[in-house]
Design a protein around this ligand. Structure first.
Ligand SMILES: [Fe+2]
Ligand SMILES: [Fe+2]
Length: 558
């Protein structure tokens, strides 16, 4: 019979609880021990009195003695909750009861004491010889121990049974509380992560920015070495897969992984968990760079729009909790993705319509073809160089596109007049900023670009139109468009003059600084440089020249 106190019987109690029970009965002169169902000793009181330490316990612990004597304890154990008493060793008495759970015997709980009948008889002397003990010494040690009869030890065992039941119950509750608080902590982290993601779901935010933040947040919560994403949504610009964190893959490997994952997830449509990349034939090529991987699809309506993937969890393998969490995040993110795609579609449609409208305006005068687009591009560049926020820069572009939309209400005879305009004609022409503002007033989404449209002909010295606003009272958007508009007017061909060279137009901007133009913005405009301005407008100038040629040919034929 072997003793292995490091492997307790199938008794759901931590070692400290067993020690506490042992200490309680040690005080009554008893030794607490737990046997496995096969009779082997799983736990005994290592601090029990010398009588047990040197005599009873060694007999239990050595198979040649224990099997002979202690084995007899088993038949007396019943599963009916009764405490049974026997005398397995000469001079000792033992109370035992079964620990049963779900009708299965898990352990035999015992209390061993000195029996009233302890004598230094032949059996005891024989055992002493086997253990190398002096019989007289044992007799002396035994005399220091309280003697138990059957009912005495039975009474103690009942108390042990009650304490054990309470302890097990308490232990079960403690485990439940521990598991609940673990679950609660996980759920809290999961919810707060999903909340953070949802609050970042603004469709005008770029997909790259949104998924970068999502990856960094996930890395924080599940503590992984690397986290990345791939998007395969038609209308979104972000096509390249990205990997964040300390996992490093060689060039091209992220693309290879992205292609492989998308192919795999399109078929599987649920999480892929690989905790040992070496052993996975499909992904073992990654084993030199990472140990484990978790990947989930970003899907809406059965369509896989991309994937999230994580490498190497710091503390352990990826488990079902991680997979569930990443799937929840992917599901939330896919909602954003779908909305962002719809937003892109609508934005694309609106921009298409705007360009058509602007082209229609520009087409009223072949000489101004492409003017609005060029003004928009240069105004955007100026806003950028002036350090305006990205969102404002984009609105400036929109204002540039639409700045002359009011010309739709100016007669073509005035717009296309080759010579100088009369005062009346000029008055008609001067109405276009207000007509433009009126057109846009009813389009809620374009309200913020109205200042650029309405005030692009104001002058810094207050001699512009329509409101004669001076200096900084002219809205910033108006001052920006004004510079781009004048520069394009100077560098475009007109019926009555050829285009000015860029360097001459640049000089004009310098000369007009502080009178026609906002001096700070004029400086910024000059900083863009001729080269960049040429790059921005070249395509549009060529297009305009072709149209003018066509226009002149048509006039000649007519
Ligand atoms: Fe204008
Ligand atoms: Fe203009």
């Amino acid at each position: 019979m072997k003793t292995d106190p490091t492997t307790p019987a199938d008794l759901a109690l931590p070692p400290h609880a067993l020690e506490a029970l042992a200490a309680r009965f040690r005080g009554s002169g008893l030794c607490f021990a737990v046997l496995r169902p096969d009779g082997t000793v799983a736990f005994f009181d290592h601090q029990a009195a010398t009588f047990f330490q040197r005599f009873a316990i060694p007999v239990l612990s050595y198979s040649e003695c224990g099997a002979q004597f202690f084995g007899s304890a088993l038949p007396i154990v019943s599963l009916d909750g009764q405490v049974n008493v026997c005398q397995p060793l000469p001079g000792t008495i033992m109370a035992a009861f079964a620990y049963v759970e779900r009708k299965q015997l898990h352990a035999i709980i015992t209390l061993i004491g000195r029996s009233e009948s302890f004598r230094l008889d032949d059996n005891t002397i024989h055992l002493c010889q086997q253990l190398g003990l002096d019989g007289e010494w044992l007799n002396h040690e035994a005399s220091k121990m309280p003697a138990f009869d059957s009912s005495g030890i039975q009474h103690e065992a009942r108390q042990l049974s009650n304490m054990l039941r309470d302890q097990l119950k308490l232990n079960g509750l403690e485990q439940e509380v521990e598991s609940l608080s673990g679950q609660l902590a996980n759920t809290y982290e999961e919810l707060s992560l999903i909340y953070r993601l949802s609050s970042g779901m603004k469709v005008n935010r770029s997909a790259g920015e949104f998924f970068k933040q999502a990856c960094l947040d996930v890395m924080d919560v599940i503590d992984v070495r690397g986290m990345g994403f791939v998007l395969r949504a038609e209308s979104l610009e972000h096509r390249d897969p990205v990997l964040y964190g300390t996992t490093s893959l060689p060039p091209g490997a992220v693309h290879r992984l992205a292609d492989q994952l998308i192919g795999h997830l399109k078929v599987r449509k649920s999480a892929v968990v690989v905790n040992d990349l070496k052993r996975d034939p499909a992904y073992q090529w990654l084993a030199a760079h990472a140990q484990g991987m978790l990947a989930v699809p970003l899907q809406r309506d059965e369509q896989v729009l991309g994937a999230l993937f994580a490498f190497d969890k710091a503390a352990s393998d990826f488990d079902s909790v991680d997979s569930k969490l990443l799937t929840s995040i992917a599901n939330e993110s896919a909602i954003y993705l779908q909305n962002a795609m719809l937003f892109e579609d609508v934005r694309g449609l609106m921009m298409g319509l705007l360009h058509s409208l602007v082209s229609a305006v520009d087409a009223k005068d072949a000489y101004t073809c492409g003017h609005s687009e060029r003004v928009a591009l240069m105004a955007r560049e100026l806003a950028q160089i002036a350090g305006l926020p990205m969102a404002t820069v984009e609105r400036v572009y929109m204002a540039g596109l639409l700045h002359d939309v009011g010309k739709i209400g100016v007669p073509e005879a005035v717009l296309q007049k080759p010579g100088k305009l009369t005062t009346e004609e000029f008055d008609l022409m001067k109405q276009h900023p207000e007509i433009g503002a009126r057109i846009l007033r009813d389009v809620r989404q374009l309200e913020d670009v109205i200042p650029g449209v309405l005030y692009h002909h104001e002058r810094w010295d207050g001699r512009g139109y329509p409101s004669k606003l001076p200096g900084e009272s002219i809205p910033l958007m108006g001052r920006i468009i004004c510079l781009a508009d004048c520069f394009d007017a100077m560098t475009s061909n007109r019926t009555y003059r050829r285009a000015l060279p860029f360097e001459v137009a640049m000089m004009e901007i310098k000369n007009g600084s502080g009178t026609q133009f906002d001096p700070t913005l004029a400086d910024a405009f000059i900083r863009i440089g001729e080269k960049r301005l040429r790059e921005l407008t070249s395509g549009h100038h060529e297009q305009a020249s072709r149209l003018i040629e066509l226009h002149n040919t048509t006039l000649r034929v007519a």
